[in-house]
Design a protein around this ligand. Structure first.
Ligand SMILES: *Cc1c(COP(=O)(O)O)cnc(C)c1O
Length: 410
């Protein structure tokens, strides 16, 4: 019937727009992070990974791997069904208690991913609020945008981190109307943080609910890894805290925390929670081990911050256009989709360095970049090799070796 030509045509459009994604064929090595094996047509090669969201290397931590193996050995692999059918496995009960405690909330609810937790969480909460208006930050993650869309309620987008714009929209909506403000604690592409206290001030002034995505901050900020809200001393003022178990906690799954009633309502009404199999017990136990460890240990957090600061200083000293950030994210601006892809190809093939190019639609056209995420385990030797490799790439692609502020001003 020739249906296949539609798929081929769609792929061709992606290729023409330089947006076709290629996934590197990698094999992670527990205990040797950030080293990994790159499977190439010419056989396996060693690479150093510089863009993982396993930010603290918890995915290979002996306590975390140990909990997974030990629990799977005792309880088996899968959960055996939805929670309605199979019940809630014991490690999942403990995980939800751990999460509620992490964020100082009454209850927690775990989903199969952070993506699903935002989609199900935002849409279900907004649907349960009569005539709700969702106020969404312009740079919110795709999973939040999907949640807003699936709520089917009115929405208004406020300019990124612009609290004056947010206040205009809140004022227009009026104090009486139900309003849900959705935003992130830390935006992972520019590495900037949100003014959480100011947003909470406005939420109180105009009687709005607050929902924060702390996916890129949990485990890494705050004295116990509670995220930017803990770091900024505002955790108790936020109504719903959402995050992932898949980044700094090194496992899989997502969650929301909030009041007993809110969590029970989402549990009872969200299709994305109800009609899908629960996380395996081993994963729940592993995530709990990672959270518990990072509540008590600050070594990983402090070392990661120190490593990120050093890398930013090294790259800036080499004249590379680092986007200044206050966080663990180190964006190096290429500002050209084609060269961004070429740069990462050269890094991988000739320098054994893996960094995925970040292109449109993840970031705006003209702001294509390398998004580098140094972990506690990227040492000085690896950093020097990265700096030298980037200088080589910049020279060969004739990219400007000057501060990003100078490039952006042109
Ligand atoms: C990665 C990400 C998610 C989704 O989390 P997963 O657990 O990977 O599904 C949600 N929000 C933000 C901001 C993210 O970057």
């Amino acid at each position: 019937m020739g249906y296949n030509t539609y798929f081929a045509d769609a792929l061709n459009r992606l290729h023409q727009e330089r947006r076709y994604r290629v996934f590197a064929h990698l094999e992670r090595l527990a205990g040797r992070y950030p080293h990994a094996i790159h499977h190439t047509p010419d056989g396996p090669r060693d690479v150093v990974v510089w863009c993982s969201n396993d930010y603290l290397g918890m995915g290979q931590h002996p306590k975390v791997v140990g909990a997974l193996v030990e629990t799977a050995t005792r309880m088996g692999t899968g959960a055996g069904g939805t929670r309605n059918i199979a019940g809630t496995n014991h490690p999942l009960v403990l995980l939800e208690q751990e999460l509620a405690d992490l964020h100082g909330k009454e209850a927690g609810l775990v989903f199969t991913s952070g993506y699903v937790s935002n989609d199900a969480g935002i849409s279900t909460i907004a649907k349960l609020l009569p005539n709700c208006l969702i106020l969404s930050d312009a740079l919110n993650h795709n999973s939040m945008i999907t949640g807003v869309r699936n709520a089917g309620t009115d929405k208004a987008v406020w300019r990124h981190n612009d609290v004056e714009h947010l206040e205009d929209l809140l004022k227009k909506a009026g104090k009486e109307r139900c309003k849900l403000i959705v935003f992130e604690g830390l935006y992972s592409m520019d590495g900037d943080v949100s003014p959480i206290g100011k947003i909470c001030d406005l939420a109180e002034k105009y009687n709005a609910m607050t929902y924060i995505d702390e996916v890129h901050a949990v485990g890494m900020y705050g004295a116990r890894g509670g995220g930017q809200a803990e770091q900024q001393g505002e955790m108790a003022r936020i109504d719903v805290i959402e995050a992932t178990l898949a980044k700094a906690f090194g496992c899989l799954g997502g969650y929301i925390t909030g009041t007993k009633e809110l969590v029970d309502a989402v549990r009872s009404f969200a299709p994305g929670f109800i009609f899908t199999t629960a996380l395996p017990p081993g994963i729940c136990a592993a995530a709990t081990a990672a959270i518990k460890h990072l509540k008590e240990s600050s070594w990983e957090r402090e070392r990661q911050q120190e490593r990120a600061a050093k890398l930013k200083a090294d790259l800036s000293a080499a004249g590379l256009p680092v986007l200044p950030t206050d966080t663990h994210i180190v964006p190096v601006m290429v500002c050209d989709a084609e060269k961004c892809k070429q740069a990462t190809d050269i890094l991988l093939e000739e320098h054994g360095i893996y960094i995925q190019p970040i292109n449109y639609p993840t970031v705006p056209v003209g702001t294509e970049r390398l998004r580098i995420t140094p972990s506690p385990y990227h040492d000085d030797v690896l950093m020097q090799a990265l700096t030298e490799a980037l200088i080589d790439v910049w020279d060969r692609l004739e990219l400007p070796r000057k501060p990003y502020s100078a490039i952006a001003a042109e």
